[in-house]
Design a protein around this ligand. Structure first.
Ligand SMILES: Nc1nc2c(c(=O)[nH]1)N[C@H]1C(S)=C(S)[C@@H](COP(=O)(O)O)O[C@H]1N2
Ligand SMILES: [Mo]
Length: 445
């Protein structure tokens, strides 16, 4: 695999930055201008106007940690526990994958729209830290802030400060970019690196917290700010013998000012340790890695920022993608899942109700078609929720099987942005963004 593509990514970001669009990565420019206007920090620049700072001074990545080739897949483990996770992981609810716990999709049956915390998936690079809410501080610093350019002059907030800001509630999914990865192998015969999730690396919760935009504005955002880099308080991540430092991934300012929360509640309760207590970032519709848990500091920069999580990881590499990789991943893709175990059994000549969920990072799901005969015939599912941005829709179909034997169930969703699930996903070496229709084997007997 091509090792570091940071240099070409650097150039790409630099070009965007000179062109005045670095802030807009993944967010339409008209929204960007509106947001910047609302933030009251910048008067609208004519398209193509360079920002005031000297761009030639900014080519060096500010992250000096060594960035090696992407990590090899974790060694296969036979252990049935995920030692770094605090909450109970009963096998009915979760499948353990290394340091992570995948939600069993059949455990969502009848569980409601929001995923109960006891069955919400956990993705840990290392292990869950148990932090004291009383001692927790958030530090904001960087060249994008007035008067706090370096860490020594950071602005500090505690939880009470954060709770004094207006509270916002937002229902949103958090989904790992590698959700569905195992189907690259099992369905397409391709080998990819990373945790072999099926479809349960997603959860939907009602998040409550302060808006990141309120915090940034109060911290004194400069008009030159372009990137925002939240960093976790969990241990440094060591992979393949290389220490990549604390988990962190830059967000373009436009997204940071849009709908991002610093959340301290999940489904009406204080955040639990595994999901980022006392405070996590929630970035609706974007890949899960954006939603940094246990956030401890946020660098706000007047120059593009880099970490292994936006250079080596969470970009698409492979023959169908640009040399040096795609742009960093932002919005999630489109998927569907049945709330059934793999290999479920159904009695013949009885009417069964099949339940499932579909979701998209690009818009609301507005149509789902289901096949119960391996894709030969299709019919429309009944949607039980309105198409909703940042959310999923639950759906059902009745099935009256007559012929005993094995068959495959398929569900294909389309969303309000016009996307539909394809038959095959485009290969990428790290197996992100599996969006193809999944074949779910069952038996009638
Ligand atoms: N600090 C920190 N934040 C993190 C991670 C992590 O390991 N450490 N994992 C990320 C990834 S890859 C995902 S998919 C989501 C998972 O959130 P959850 O464990 O609450 O489901 O958290 C993200 N935030
Ligand atoms: Mo993830």
């Amino acid at each position: 695999m091509t090792p570091i593509s940071e240099v070409s990514y650097d150039r790409h970001r630099l070009r965007q930055w000179i062109g005045g669009s670095a802030r807009a990565d993944g967010v339409p420019r008209r929204d960007l201008l509106k947001l910047l206007g609302a933030a009251g920090v910048l008067t609208v620049l004519p398209a193509g106007t360079a920002y005031a700072a000297d761009p030639t001074a900014s080519t060096a990545p500010t992250d000096t940690s060594r960035t090696p080739a992407p990590a090899a897949p974790p060694a296969a483990r036979s252990a049935v526990a995920a030692p770094g996770i605090v909450k109970p992981l009963p096998p009915e609810l979760f499948t353990i994958r290394g340091t992570n716990a995948e939600t069993n999709f059949h455990a969502l049956r009848g569980s409601g729209y929001h995923t109960p915390v006891d069955r919400f998936f956990v993705r840990n690079h290392t292990s869950t830290p148990q932090l004291s809410a009383r001692d927790w501080r958030l530090r904001l610093w960087g060249s994008g802030l007035r008067g706090s350019a370096d860490q020594a002059h950071a602005i500090e907030l505690d939880l009470a400060d954060l709770r004094r800001l207006p509270a916002h509630t937002h229902s949103a999914t958090i989904e790992c970019a590698g959700n569905g990865r195992s189907f690259y192998t099992s369905q397409q015969g391709e080998s990819v690196a990373g945790t072999a999730w099926t479809l349960g690396a997603i959860g939907m919760a009602r998040w409550r917290g302060a808006r990141l935009s309120d915090v940034l504005r109060r911290a004194g955002l400069r008009r030159e700010a372009v990137d925002v880099l939240p960093r976790g308080l969990d241990e440094e991540y060591v992979t393949g013998g290389v220490n990549l430092g604390r988990v962190r991934r830059p967000l373009p300012l436009a997204k940071a000012l849009d709908d991002v929360l610093l959340a301290y509640e999940m489904n009406g309760e204080p955040l639990t340790a595994d999901h980022g207590a006392p405070v996590r970032v929630v970035v609706p519709s974007w890949v899960g890695i954006s939603s940094i848990k246990w956030v401890g500091d946020i660098e706000v920069s007047a120059q593009p920022l880099y970490s292994p999580w936006n250079t080596d990881f969470y970009r698409l590499f492979g023959p169908a993608h640009p040399e040096g990789g795609s742009a960093p991943l932002t919005r999630q893709t489109l998927k569907s899942a049945f709330e059934l175990p793999t290999g479920a059994h159904f009695a013949p000549r009885v009417t069964h109700r099949l339940d499932g969920r579909s979701w998209s990072g690009a818009g609301g799901v507005r149509r789902v078609d289901v096949s119960t005969d391996g894709g030969a015939t299709w019919r429309r599912a009944r949607l039980r929720d309105q198409p909703r941005r940042d959310g999923w829709v639950r759906w059902s179909v009745d099935w009256h099987p007559t012929t005993p034997g094995p068959t495959e169930l398929l569900a294909r969703a389309s969303d309000t942005s016009g996307r539909a699930q394809p038959d095959r996903s485009t290969f990428n070496t790290q197996g992100y963004f599996f969006d193809a229709v999944v074949r779910h084997p069952v038996t009638v007997d």
